[in-house]
Design a protein around this ligand. Structure first.
Ligand code: DGL
Length: 253
């Protein structure tokens, strides 16, 4: 039986999910969080779907074994590949999976030109195709950004390498998009560089805040909100101090 004081497990292939943890802590500072980044196996986004599924289930199993009251999949790639299977495997657990923030982008620009930048897995899986079917009126471009997750994992969120990679990916879209959906949780950390390249005419959307709100709704409905005080614990499969340090910096601590 889950208790209010049990932690919320938050999981990503690496440090990207910290962009979601940040929103969770902002919205629910009284919760206890157990964040797990699987940087030893990142990036997930270039792997076969079956492998992403296995990696995700393994981490989820471990977090569940440690008594989390809810699991937030703070990784679009893992959500695309494994969230249905997770819900089947643990039907009684609260499982919240992030997905690209297409809805707020379409609400803002109902017939607009919208780009979704995400990993190969997210862009090719059925989950995105189903999401797109809900918004037939929007003209959506799928934009892969190979190498960007690796840069963020190395702690590069600005500077010539990030700008150079983004210029290569986004230059063809300059002046052609009303909105860009950041469909990978690593990407909000390079938001400034993205804006710099696309200019102020393109609004950026990401799913972090929506995921935090959805998590709160689920906990509220289950009467599992913690009265406080809250805490944050960060772990990483690399087990190195530099990656934990980077995680704390990205969290803003
Ligand atoms: N942060 C993950 C996402 O939201 C993916 C990064 C990776 O490829 O491992 O999709």
């Amino acid at each position: 039986m889950a208790r209010k004081t049990d932690p919320i497990g938050v999981f990503d292939s690496g440090v990207g999910g910290i962009s979601v943890l940040r929103e969770l802590v902002k919205l629910m500072p009284d919760e206890n969080y157990l964040y797990y980044g699987d940087s030893a196996n990142a990036p997930y986004g270039d792997r076969p779907t079956e492998q992403v599924r296995e990696l995700t289930l393994r981490v989820a199993e471990d977090l569940i074994g440690r008594g989390v009251k809810a699991l937030v999949v703070a990784c679009n790639t893992a959500t695309s590949a494994a969230v249905s299977l997770m819900r089947q495997t643990w039907p009684d657990l609260i499982v919240v999976g992030i997905e690209p923030a297409l809805k707020p982008a379409v609400d803002r620009f109902p017939t607009g030109r919208i780009g979704i930048m995400a990993t190969q897995v997210t862009l090719r899986e059925d989950k995105l195709a189903h999401l797109l079917e809900r918004f037939p009126q929007a003209a959506v471009s799928r934009i892969p950004a190979p190498g960007l997750v690796e840069l963020v994992e190395q702690g590069h969120t600005q500077g010539p390498e990030v700008e150079g990679l983004l210029e290569g990916v986004l230059a063809p879209y300059r002046g052609k998009l009303d909105a860009l959906v950041l469909g990978c949780t690593h990407y909000p950390f390079v938001k400034e560089a993205v804006s710099h390249i696309l200019g102020p005419g393109t609004l950026l959307f990401d799913g972090g805040e929506g995921t935090a709100r959805q998590t709160r709704r689920c906990l509220e409905a289950a009467e599992l909100l913690n009265p406080g005080p809250g805490s944050v614990q960060i772990e990483n499969s690399l087990g190195r101090s530099d990656i934990l340090q980077l995680s704390m910096e990205l969290l803003g601590r």
